[in-house]
Design a binder for this molecule. Structure first.
Ligand code: PMP
Length: 368
């Protein structure tokens, strides 16, 4: 393909090479129809078939239990920050003032709280301390017994904090997981989960498609003011075609799911993702402090790996980005709110590509 660069971007992120090639080939002629998928009606038989087969692949590849519905939505993870409380507040035992429990482990769960507050009373189960390095022990969490749900961000994209397993919840209180940045990166244990949600633009394709996997018993009790496009009941009733869905994104996600199937499924991904993360963390930890990552080891993300150079030396970090970019490694700059370096190594990034970064890190260290 002549493509000589590696995309370590946090999202929108790298799309598998073969998916890009197929999409390029089919852009003007989808399934032999003579027109492209992006110019095909969302009510056509062709698109309906595409949507249904994408959903089926999704259920199979992520091993989603049969008591869940897969909804293809709009508005990104951010839309769901509002969608979740709007749809679930009725499940709070406090009918006067519905409440929900939130675990804040970084920027994205923090944003989820800010949005949810408009629609429900939010109880943070602990007061987050910065810099974020991982949640405090469960014993110190303050749970609201009336909470409609317990919300957590399974992988904090900015801060590089990932739950190794779901947090414990109280009996009967469903978990809500934001998996925007670790969707289908390993098997997901759906036990106790009410909603599992995320945007497609990191592990599943392009921006525009938001997926919510919703337990059936939680559908249909949304607040009366819930906009149609955020209502799980409305979306389910219409097979996710309540209005024009993000047709092209759904198409790309289908190709990504086929790529996953052809490459060992979710278990194959899990194994490769762990190997990639181990390789990079070893390079950081074995650098005599030249590179550093301060996340509690158990909570280190396998997807987004932030690190400092020279303990956060601005000149060194700028040089790192500059030289890495010149060497063809793109989008390594840490999020603007935290600085430093961040390597996002989603499903589509290969072990070989991580090795190129690790080799570069050794060279950079020797030189500086
Ligand atoms: N949650 C997480 C964990 C994210 O990483 C992001 C986006 N980076 C969001 C939510 C927000 O997603 P969107 O931009 O699709 O609304």
């Amino acid at each position: 393909t002549g493509k000589r660069v590696i995309n370590f971007g946090a999202g929108p992120a790298k799309i598998p090479e073969t998916v890009m090639e197929q999409a390029e080939r089919e852009f003007r002629n989808f399934n032999g129809t003579g027109i492209g998928v992006a110019e095909t009606s969302h009510r056509s038989a062709q698109f309906t078939e595409l949507l249904n087969s994408t959903k089926k692949l999704f259920v199979e590849e992520l091993h989603i239990p049969s008591n869940y519905e897969v909804l293809f939505l709009h508005g990104g993870g951010t839309g769901q920050f509002a969608g979740v409380p709007l749809n679930l507040s009725a499940f709070s035992k406090n009918k006067e003032q519905p409440t929900a429990d939130y675990i804040v482990t970084g920027a994205w769960s923090g944003k989820a709280v800010d949005e949810a507050k408009k629609f429900i009373h939010v109880n943070k189960v602990f007061e987050p301390t910065k810099p974020y390095t991982g949640p405090p022990v469960v014993d110190t969490w303050k749970r609201d017994p009336d909470a409609a749900y317990l919300y957590y961000c399974a992988n904090e994209t900015v801060h590089g904090i990932e739950f190794p397993k779901a947090p414990e919840t109280l009996p009967g209180v469903p978990l809500v997981a934001d998996v925007s940045s670790n969707f289908i990166s390993k098997r997901f244990d759906f036990t106790d989960h009410g909603i599992v949600l995320g945007g497609a633009q990191k592990n599943l394709g392009t921006a525009g498609l938001t997926v919510a996997i919703v337990r059936q018993d939680l559908i249909g009790k949304e607040q009366p003011i819930t906009p149609g496009i955020l209502s799980y009941a409305e979306m389910l009733k219409n097979n996710s075609v309540y209005n024009t869905p993000s047709t092209f994104s759904i198409y790309i996600t289908k190709l990504v799911l086929e790529w996953i199937r052809e490459n060992g499924g979710v278990d194959g991904l899990a194994e490769r993702n762990q190997a990639k993360a181990d390789l990079l963390y070893q390079a950081i930890d074995n650098s005599d402090g030249f590179y550093s990552n301060n996340i509690v080891p158990e909570y280190r993300s396998r997807m987004n790996i932030p690190f400092r150079v020279g303990g956060g030396d601005a000149d060194l970090e700028a040089a790192f980005i500059k030289e890495a970019t010149a060497a063809g490694m793109l989008c390594l700059k840490g999020h603007r709110s935290v600085g430093g370096i961040r390597a996002s190594i989603y499903n589509s990034v290969t072990l070989d590509e991580v090795q190129v970064l690790v080799d570069f890190m050794a060279e950079f260290k020797a030189k500086h």
